[in-house]
Design a protein around this ligand. Sequence first.
Ligand code: ZN
Length: 273
Amino acid sequence: MPRFLSALLLLCLTANAHADSYITRLLNKPVPGGVAVLDLGSGNAAPKAFFQGKPVMVVKEQTQWRAIVGLPLSLKPGPAQVTSDAGNVNFTVGNKKYPEQHITLKNNRMVNPNPDDLKRIDSELAIQTTAYRTFTPGTPSNLLLDKPVDGPLSSRFGVRRFFNGEERNPHAGLDFAVPSGTPIKTPASGKVILMGNFFFNGNTVFVDHGQGFISMFCHLSRIDVKLGQIVPRGTVVGRVGQSGRATGPHMHWNISLNDARVDPAIFINAFQP
Ligand code: ZN
């Protein structure tokens, strides 16, 4: 067989092996703000795996263990590694260019908070970071998520944001344009691990889906759950509103994996490369 033909055949076989894995095909988007799906072999016990020192989700797909790794937006493209007792796995983080968005806010305090606000923001950040670092055992009810509200996407994940001309943190979630009062349903089963009224996020609910896979819903007009409540898939956790830093009613949804905020669009099959 000519060499180029055997190379082509090998390429096809590799592509097929890849296509066979449902989870890999749907979730593997190894870019900053994306997800890396890595093979951890087919040992009897679930391997433990870590990225940047934090535990990562490991699930079994047919015979193979797979690490589902959240890649923070701040990650530099290039070589990266997941450490595991099943053997370390090297992978490559690709590039992704995120667009810019310029937003005008009438309330300048939401752009340049006063010293008291800054104290509040810092303490709220610490509380939310602790929630994001929750790592409970158990496989999530579903990795492909339901849309928490039925409506069009408005602002996408990762957009570089300028408020009144000043650059602030990039958009760490996905927005849906839906009217105030629209019920928000948990996209997978979980437990309410944090709720509160926060400076930027307004009325907020955190749902832990298991193994560091966490949803956050914010700017709610009303919260319909209690702290510690177990919420089966589809439970209404609250209603859409515009509390916190919002220019109008919408639903903002964050997805976190191993304490990295990643693009929720990946999990509802709406990712744009
Ligand atoms: Zn948003």
